[in-house]
Design a protein around this ligand. Structure first.
Ligand code: FES
Ligand SMILES: [Fe+2]
Length: 349
């Protein structure tokens, strides 16, 4: 499938973007990221116009990147402001500057026509930057196409088999899902509600619940780039009150930013934000290590799957069942978005 352009994608966590130059490849485009002295994130094409030396391997001087090969210098708008050995700066001496925005502790970049970059279109993950939540996070590179990660996250029945002993129990795979596609808001929702389930170690150890649980998994996927799993666990039988308050429920917002790097590699940004045990460093360390282990189990599986798919003859068929409705809806929406973005007029150089 083609990439979906004219979209915001997470390039980095806010904490990763500072006064050191950071290289990321997004939708096949090499970028260099940094923060200006005024604190604004900047993203430029990571290739000097002169002999294509990577700017990420260069030096920052104030807000200017000085190419590490022969010294062409670029401002945060991509314009070349100095070349060595001559006063005249060639008119074409500039690199592309990508619209960048910071929201919810994430640095987003717009890949596509800069004229269309509206920060109001960035999907939200407010828990990551909310004092009422404690968050652990990470990023694992995936040697697989991003669509495999979308499939993986939209069908959590795999928790039972791939993540048993961490977040999977038999009830996850045994409980049917409901799927809702909101074309207008461009969101896919997949829900699974378990009334009486075993409590997996991920929740038993972090919440202290000893027995069986009510477990809700309410997914929202904002194609192509953001996925949120609203997770609620409570002792079996305990439901939120009719007024919506939920004193006995534990809430976890599991956020994934899915950023295609190349056609067969992906940045898998993951975060777990909780509304209980605030600031408890033991709980944070446990949830960080558990979720990272779970993510690495997915990475290993998807890397293997990528190799299998890459070796298949064209037209090899899959077989889909009820658990795949969310993933199939996501594929259809991504295909439509990719087609629409391919039809948009090319930006004026
Ligand atoms: S390659 Fe950058 S100045 Fe020569
Ligand atoms: Fe998984």
């Amino acid at each position: 499938m083609a990439f979906v352009r004219n979209q915001w994608y997470v390039a980095a966590y806010s904490a990763e973007v500072g006064r050191a130059l950071l290289a990321r490849i997004i939708l096949g485009e090499p970028l260099v990221l940094y923060r200006t002295s005024a604190g604004q994130p900047a993203a430029l094409a990571d290739r000097c116009v002169h002999r294509h030396f990577p700017l990420s391997a260069s030096q920052l001087d104030g807000d200017t990147i000085v190419c590490g090969y022969h010294g062409f210098s670029y401002g945060p708008d991509g314009r070349c402001v100095a070349v060595p050995g001559q006063q005249r700066i060639p008119r074409t001496a500039r690199v592309s500057a990508y619209p960048a925005a910071e929201q919810d502790s994430l640095v987003w970049v717009w890949i596509g026509d800069p004229e269309r970059a509206d920060p109001g279109l960035i999907p939200r993950a407010p828990w990551l930057d909310d004092a009422g939540y404690t968050t652990v996070r990470g990023m694992e590179p995936l040697a697989a196409r991003y669509e495999l990660l979308v499939d993986n996250l939209l069908d959590l029945s795999h928790e039972t088999y791939l993540h048993g002993g961490y977040i999977g129990t038999p009830e996850v795979a045994d409980t049917p899902i409901s799927t809702e596609i909101d074309q207008e808001q461009r969101v896919i929702r997949v829900s699974r509600r378990m009334d009486n389930a075993a409590c997996p170690p991920f929740y038993a150890q972090s919440t202290g619940i000893g027995g069986r649980i009510v477990r809700w998994q309410d997914i929202e996927y904002y194609p192509p780039c953001l996925y949120v799993l609203h997770s609620r666990v409570a002792p079996a039988g305990v439901l939120p009150r009719p007024d919506g308050t939920d004193p006995d429920g534990f809430h976890v917002e599991v956020v994934y930013a899915i950023t295609p790097s190349t056609e067969t590699s992906t940045y898998d940004f993951w975060a777990v934000a909780r509304d209980f045990a605030p600031g408890d460093t033991d709980v944070s360390a446990f949830l960080h290590d558990s979720n990272r282990t779970v993510v690495l189990q997915d990475v290993e599986a998807l890397n293997m799957l990528e190799r299998v798919i890459a070796a298949e003859p064209p037209g090899t068929q899959e077989l889909s069942i009820n658990i795949d409705t969310g993933g199939l809806a996501a594929r259809r929406m991504l295909a439509r978005l990719a087609e629409e973005s391919a039809c948009l007029p090319a930006p004026v150089p």
